[in-house]
Ligand binder design. Structure first.
Ligand code: CTP
Ligand SMILES: C[C@](O)(CO)[C@H](O)COP(=O)(O)O
Length: 240
């Protein structure tokens, strides 16, 4: 039987509280130059022809303002703005259920990774379509140590095998749904989406990403984010 045409949907998760950022306003709504971080993120997927639909998952008190963003910034690919769950994985699961029935390939992306390059997203999509499941990642630059509760090093994993995992994470939709269903049955909560699929015994590939695809997590990420935005604007000739 011929493979159905690929229709891509994206779940953008933005229902976290940003405790490590420590600001009264959740970090995804902090302004980066002129717009909330989350809006910068959404604009990247809005502009990609390959993406049919976006499900946006946010905190319950933020649903209305995010619906207003969709209008204000012309983010018409957002088909639903829905309430997230207690853990990132629960937010992802809710977002997936909101995507239309024709969506057969999905990406999950953190709302607080506004600098992902469309070319990197495309690399991730292509790798997923070749292998069923792929995530963006970069090789780690530092030597990584395992350290026990006493602050003593217990192991030094071989650096060549270590990659820092990013989003988007891309999957055949039915595979991610199966992984998340099983994770829920087993009461397993992972810190990324790939873990749910790895647990099924299905290999997940990495597609090489960019070091600039940072997750804005702590206050020291903010000046770097402003710098990255300024560099990107200069490259695109949209500097103000
Ligand atoms: N229950 C949750 C937890 C996290 N996220 C989202 O998952 C992404 C990555 O998580 P992280 O950077 O850890 O964000 P927070 O959970 O907000 O941060 P913190 O852990 O510091 O509280 C963020 O876009 C966050 O909004 C979510 O949608 N639902
Ligand atoms: C999914 C992720 O962004 C990959 O780097 C990361 O694992 C999210 O983790 P967090 O604990 O929610 O920051």
């Amino acid at each position: 039987m011929a493979e159905a045409k690929a229709t891509w949907g994206v779940v953008v998760v933005a229902a976290g509280r940003g405790t490590r950022m420590g600001t009264p306003e959740s970090k995804q709504y902090l302004l980066l130059r002129d717009k909330p971080i989350l809006v910068h993120t959404l604009e990247t997927f809005q502009a990609m022809d390959e993406i049919a639909e976006i499900a946006l998952v946010v905190g319950r008190p933020d649903i209305e303002r995010c619906e207003a963003f969709a209008d204000a910034y012309g983010l018409h690919k957002i088909s639903s703005v829905l309430e997230g769950g207690g853990e990132r994985q629960h937010s992802v699961r809710r977002g997936l259920t909101a995507l239309g029935g024709e969506v057969n390939w999905v990406m999950v992306h953190d709302g607080v990774r506004p600098f992902v390059a469309p070319e990197a997203v495309r690399r991730c999509m292509a790798k997923a379509m070749a292998t069923e499941a792929a995530v963006l990642a970069v090789p780690v630059k530092d030597t990584i140590k395992q350290v026990n509760e006493d602050g003593v090093i217990t192991a030094t994993p071989e650096r060549r095998s270590l990659w820092a995992i990013q989003t988007p994470q891309a999957f055949r939709r039915s595979l991610l749904e199966r992984g998340l269903r099983k994770a829920e049955e087993d009461r397993f909560v992972g810190t990324d989406d790939a873990m749910a699929v790895e647990r099924l015994g299905v290999p997940v590939s990495v597609a090489e990403g960019d070091y600039t695809n940072i997750k804005i997590t702590t206050p020291d990420d903010l000046p770097y984010a402003e710098f990255l935005l300024a560099s990107r604007s200069r490259e695109r000739g949209t500097d103000v």
